[in-house]
Design a protein around this ligand. Structure first.
Ligand SMILES: Cc1cc2nc3c(=O)[nH]c(=O)nc-3n(C[C@H](O)[C@H](O)[C@H](O)COP(=O)(O)OP(=O)(O)OC[C@H]3O[C@@H](n4cnc5c(N)ncnc54)[C@H](O)[C@@H]3O)c2cc1C
Length: 302
C-alpha cells in the first residue's frame, strides 16, 4: 500500500495520524496486532479530507470504544479510524430530542438525558460502548435497543460523501441492522420522553444492579460472544454453553467467565488464536449437543 502522500497528510488541525500502531490496548479484550495506519480525526473536515486522499486504497475499520471487537494478531492492512473530540458532543433539541456524536459513550448519553429529565435512555447506562458501536450493533439490554430511541443517523461513506439516514429507512434486527458496512456514523438523533430526574436515576441504578449481579466486571472481555439463537430454542446461549462445555475450559489464557458462560475472557496474555480456538471449541460442542449453529455477536477484525 502506497503511503507517502498519507504520511505527508498534514493540516493545521490537531487530528492524529500514526503508523504501525498497536491495537491491543484499544479494545476490551486487550488482544490484537498492529494497524498500518491509525487515524484519529478531530473534525469532520479532516475526516473527509483524509477519506478522499485515502480513496479506499486499503481496508477501513471504524473503532468505537472497542467493547465488542476482537482484533487478529496480523497487521491490519489499512486504516483504523477512531473518531476524536468533535464527535463527542451531546446537544438537546426540542421535544426531548437529543443529538449525540458517535464517540459519545452510551453511559454519558444516559447520564446527560437523566440530567435533562429525559427518559428512555436508562438502559444505555449498562452498555460499555459508544453511540457509533451501538448503532452498528443495535445494542440493547432489558428489552430496549437502539432502534427504540433512534430518529436518524448522520454518516459519511468511505469516499467522504455525507448522508442523512432516517429511522424509516433502516431495517433493525437482533444486534444488527441493514445499514451498509462502508459507512462511518458521525452522530445520531434520538427521541426520548418527558421524565422525572429522580425516577430516571432510580431506574438506571436498578438496571445497573441487575447487570452487576448477573455479569462479570473488570475483566478483559468483549461481552456476549455469541448471539442468542432466537427461534431455535427457548434456552439462552449462556445456558447452552454451560450445558455443553466444561466450565474450566481454556486455551492459553483464553477462558470462559465463571459468572457468565457467554463472556469469554483474556485472563492475562491470551492471543487471538487462543480466543479463536475457544470460540471454535464452544461452537463445536454446542452443535454436537444441541444441533444449533451459534453465530458470533462480537466483531472479528482480520
Ligand atoms: C462487559 C461488557 C458488557 C456488555 N453488555 C452489553 C449489553 O448489555 N448489550 C449489548 O448490546 N452489548 C453489550 N456489550 C457489547 C458492546 O458493549 C456493544 O456492542 C457496544 O454497543 C459496542 O460499542 P463500541 O463502541 O465498543 O463498538 P466497537 O467494539 O468499537 O465496534 C463494534 C462495531 O461497531 C462498529 N462501529 C463503531 N463505531 C462506529 C462508527 N462511528 N461508525 C461505523 N461503525 C462503527 C465497528 O466498526 C464494529 O463493527 C457488552 C460488552 C462488554 C465488554
Amino acid at each position: 500500500m502506497e503511503l507517502e502522500d498519507i504520511k505527508s497528510f498534514s493540516n493545521n488541525s490537531d487530528s492524529q495520524l500514526f503508523f504501525d500502531y498497536d491495537l491491543s490496548k484499544s479494545n476490551w479484550f486487550n488482544i490484537g496486532g498492529k494497524t498500518k495506519i491509525f487515524f484519529k480525526p478531530q473534525t469532520l473536515q479532516d475526516l473527509i479530507a483524509f477519506l478522499k486522499l485515502y480513496n479506499k486504497r486499503g481496508k477501513i475499520f471504524l473503532l468505537g470504544a472497542g467493547s465488542n471487537t476482537l482484533f487478529s494478531g496480523n497487521v491490519f492492512e489499512g486504516v483504523t479510524i477512531k473518531l476524536g473530540k468533535n464527535f463527542n458532543r451531546i446537544s438537546t433539541l426540542d421535544k426531548n430530542k437529543l443529538v449525540a456524536g458517535s464517540s459519545v459513550l452510551d453511559k454519558s448519553l444516559s447520564e446527560f438525558s437523566m440530567e435533562n429529565s429525559i427518559s428512555g435512555f436508562e438502559f444505555l447506562s449498562c452498555i460499555p460502548g459508544s453511540v457509533g458501536g451501538g448503532i452498528r450493533m443495535n445494542s440493547g439490554c432489558y428489552n430496549r435497543e437502539f432502534k427504540d430511541i433512534l430518529l436518524s443517523v448522520q454518516a459519511v461513506d468511505f469516499l467522504g460523501n455525507i448522508l442523512q439516514i432516517p429511522y424509516e429507512e433502516i431495517k433493525f434486527s437482533y444486534r444488527s441492522t441493514d445499514l451498509p458496512k462502508d459507512l462511518i456514523y458521525l452522530s445520531a438523533t434520538f427521541q426520548g420522553q418527558n421524565g422525572d430526574k429522580e425516577n430516571i436515576q432510580n431506574e438506571m441504578s436498578r438496571l445497573k444492579q441487575i447487570k452487576n449481579d448477573s455479569q462479570p466486571s473488570k475483566i478483559k472481555t468483549g461481552g456476549s460472544t455469541f448471539k442468542n439463537p432466537i427461534g431455535q430454542t427457548n434456552k439462552k446461549v449462556w445456558q447452552l454453553i454451560k450445558e455443553a462445555v466444561p466450565k474450566d475450559i481454556s486455551f492459553g489464557d483464553a477462558t470462559i467467565s465463571k459468572d457468565h458462560a457467554n463472556f469469554f475472557v483474556n485472563k492475562k496474555n491470551a492471543k487471538f488464536d487462543d480466543m479463536m480456538s475457544l470460540i471454535a471449541y464452544v461452537k463445536k460442542s454446542v452443535k454436537k449437543k444441541f444441533n444449533i449453529d451459534l453465530e458470533l455477536e462480537i466483531i472479528v477484525v482480520d
